[in-house]
Write a protein that binds this ligand. Structure first.
Ligand code: UDP
Ligand code: MG
Length: 319
């Protein structure tokens, strides 16, 4: 039995690029069906993430003119991760495999062939990994690669240079649905679900149209969110720093006593002030990091819905 594939595409203010990339996704699904790799019921699920432009109208028109397209709309902008999750959760009961991909054409859709092949070979998760970043600016490359390194160092297990372009089977998605956290970071959560996985390498291109929604500020927020959602290593690091400073201060005290006995008391106003300031700074940073976790707990206990679907296109209404 050939698997039914749903391509899940988050779209936020993408009226320029969606008309360019939607036919490409359609052609790819057609090609895979022709090659007998996937079922003819395979579809493209476009997730409107509360766009303020005409993205939703474009999605509605696409689904009216071509039954291979369907769409859902989030009640407001909730961010990329929530949009992808909404699409995956919507798709999980309708298909056997999903591939999530951005709608800007940066990720090479030809990698989907290899992803489906890997699935047919028995893998439940296939990560799309960028093998080159030549088309990104120097700064984007530097910050993005730094992102993965910092993430891993902080204890959040992520696949290096893998964003949210991946194949996930509905079996894995059903397990993922049991991860109830509100702060979602799919890149870190999917490896936690487990199952047999592999990677497919592809070249990342430039956006076909429109502009990026991920400036440095959002990327830093995503990294911080990722680390604090997945690992408590920062708290351990604080403990380590605390211990180190404590040992250092103890040695300092011994040294001062020795100096006192030797009769060479230091007139150490400056060093006193430095130490007090330093410790004050360390304490504030530490409080901030701990606060970050408490904030997470606060958000988790409220258990608000992770996405709210306000509209669906005509096809595939579940109810
Ligand atoms: N996106 C979204 N909600 C947002 C921001 C972005 O659904 O709040 C979508 C966007 O439409 C695109 C994908 O997430 O399909 C990746 O965004 P973008 O290309 O701007 O990020 P970059 O590739 O530059 O990191
Ligand atoms: Mg992009």
């Amino acid at each position: 039995m050939k698997p039914i594939l749903y391509i899940v595409v988050p779209c936020y203010n993408e009226q320029e690029v969606l008309p360019v990339t939607a036919p490409l996704f359609d052609a790819k699904v057609g090609e895979l069906i022709e090659k007998n790799k996937i079922h003819a019921k395979s579809r493209i699920l476009l997730v409107n993430d509360g766009s303020r432009d005409s993205t939703w109208e474009i999605i509605c028109n696409l689904s009216e003119s071509n039954s291979r397209f369907c769409g859902i709309s989030q009640s407001r902008n909730r961010g990329h991760q929530n949009a992808v999750l909404a699409g995956l959760m919507e798709a999980k009961d309708l298909c056997d495999i999903t591939i999530s991909i951005d709608c800007d054409g940066q990720d090479d859709i030809n990698a989907m062939d290899y992803m489906v092949d890997a699935y047919l070979d028995g893998c439940e998760v296939v990560y799309g990994v960028r093998n080159r970043r030549d088309t990104d600016t120097w700064f984007k490359r530097f910050s993005a690669e730094g992102f993965y390194k910092v993430m891993n160092w902080m204890g959040a297990e992520v696949v290096f240079n893998h964003a949210d372009y991946r194949l996930v089977s509905s079996r894995v998605l059903r397990e993922l649905a049991n991860f109830k956290e509100v702060n979602i970071f799919l890149r870190g959560m999917i490896p936690l679900v487990g199952f047999k996985s592999t990677s497919v390498y592809y070249e990342r291109r430039e956006r076909l149209a429109g502009k990026s929604h991920y400036p440095l500020k959002k990327m830093a927020a995503l990294a911080l969110d990722g680390v604090t959602s997945l690992s408590i290593r920062p708290i351990r690091i604080i403990t380590g720093i605390g211990l180190f400073i404590a040992v250092l201060s103890f040695l300092g005290v011994l040294w001062s006593i020795a100096m006192y006995i030797a009769g060479r008391t230091v007139s150490g106003w400056a060093s006193m002030v430095c130490i007090v300031c330093f410790i004050g700074g360390v304490q504030l940073i530490s409080l901030g990091i701990i606060g970050e976790y408490i904030g997470k707990i606060y958000l988790e206990t409220k258990a608000r819905p992770r996405y709210i679907i306000s509209e669906r296109t005509g096809n595939d209404k579940k109810d």
